[in-house]
Design a protein around this ligand. Structure first.
Ligand code: SAH
Ligand code: SF4
Length: 381
């Protein structure tokens, strides 16, 4: 459920922005109203971009007054918006409690991919990730997650404007581990797919996980979005160092769970996107590629290579273009579909996949962002 907040009179208010259709219907039933009201309110919020309950004209005056007492539509607070020469747009969002998260929209031809955050910071501490280095602050509410989609569309004035769909794809690859914020992420993804809200195809919403296996098993029963797994190593010894959660849920269990997830989908053509961040001298050698090819031989996947983006004190380097090509070639020769992530939005320090959010001081923040500038995800989903 969306977070309950309190107004100036101390009354708790439900933020309607974060309620899925089912939750919104339950909300109206709970307050003694007909459940079809949920459909009307969803359309006001997500189709029309309206936040003022008083302006929801088909609700009837009495109901609007009742709602104004107990509910609100509160989008995230944008503290800055930056535009890149290549069209990439980045927002910094301040969340309740003071932390910052970032959202990035990457336009590409007719498509617009929005990189969405699920937590303030992250507790999983992958050795190459600046979000992980920041530690964990808190989960985002469903309203704060879907609010990132809302504000991207709003910022282009694209609600019902006939400008076409600004956000055609969503990747849960901003700050945080989405499967550790399960209920809020699932509610927000339901809204992304819901026709009364954003109506994005389930194939165009991608959840990326570092491998929280029990939560991934659970997701199979309640979501149909596309899946990306952050593998980054072809064996457990190496993955244990890069992705510490591997010590709890090793590669074999992750691949088993990911396979079960896509097999549970009705659409039999689906594959898992395997993300592999290439780090110079660590996991980028041809023998790693060969080992990866053997590991994934019978696994239904495409592979997305991400050249590492360095940041101060990371201790790692980005591999050369040649090393990336060599790695790519081994996998292509083995018959895999392989993409390499390309650079977008570097002039505004936009970075999807290693977003920093709140850090100690501005200098360090801008250094890290500069280093993180080219981790844009445009080939997933
Ligand atoms: N927590 C989730 C989703 C957010 S991270 C996950 O780990 O999958 C999104 C992607 O960015 C992951 O594949 C992650 O491994 C990658 N990433 C993180 N830091 C990076 C860096 N410094 N350089 C390149 N990719 C990075
Ligand atoms: Fe968390 Fe993902 Fe970063 Fe790992 S890569 S620390 S799971 S955000």
């Amino acid at each position: 459920m969306s977070a309950l907040v309190t107004d100036s009179d101390g009354q708790p208010r439900v933020n309607l922005l974060g309620l899925s259709l089912r939750q919104m219907e339950q909300f109206f039933l709970d307050i003694g109203e007909k459940k079809f009201r949920a459909q009307q309110v969803l359309k006001w919020i997500h189709h029309a971009g309206v936040t003022d309950i008083a302006g929801m004209s088909n609700l009837g005056k009495g109901l609007r007054e009742k709602l104004l007492q107990i509910a609100e539509v509160r989008p995230p607070e944008v503290v800055s918006q930056s535009d890149s020469a290549d069209g990439t747009r980045k927002w910094a969002i301040r969340v309740d409690g003071g932390g910052l998260v970032e959202t990035v929209l990457i336009p590409d031809g007719g498509r617009g991919t929005l990189c969405v955050s699920s937590q303030v910071g992250c507790s999983l501490d992958c050795s190459f990730c600046s979000t992980g280095k920041q530690g964990f602050q808190r989960d985002l509410s469903a309203a704060e997650i879907i609010g990132q989609v809302w504000l991207a569309i709003k910022s282009y004035d694209a609600f019902q404007s006939g400008k076409g769909r600004i956000v055609t794809n969503v990747v849960m690859m901003g700050m945080g581990e989405p499967l550790l914020n399960f209920d809020n992420v699932v509610a927000a993804m339901d809204l992304m797919l819901e026709d009364l809200a954003y109506g994005i195809s389930k194939r165009r919403v991608t959840l990326s996980t570092s491998g929280v296996v029990p939560a991934l098993d659970r997701l199979a029963g309640c979501s149909e979005v596309s899946l990306a797994i952050s593998l980054h190593a072809p064996n457990d010894a190496l993955r244990d160092q890069l992705v510490p959660i591997n010590r709890k849920y090793p590669i074999a269990s992750l691949l088993r769970s990911a396979r079960a997830y896509i097999e549970a989908q009705r659409d039999s053509k689906r594959v898992v996107t395997v993300e592999y961040t290439l780090i110079a001298g660590v996991n980028d050698q041809p023998e790693h590629a060969r080992e990866l090819a053997v590991l994934l031989r019978d696994f239904p996947c495409k592979i997305n290579l991400i050249p590492f983006n360095s940041f101060p004190q990371s201790g790692y380097q980005r591999p050369s273009g040649n090393a990336v090509s060599r790695f790519w070639q081994v996998l292509v020769d083995a018959g895999f579909v392989v993409t390499v992530r390309t650079t977008r939005g570097d002039d505004i320090d936009a970075a999807c996949g290693q977003l920093v959010g709140q850090v100690v001081d501005r200098t360090r923040r801008s250094e890290r962002h500069r280093a993180a500038a080219d981790t844009q995800v445009i080939q997933v989903g």
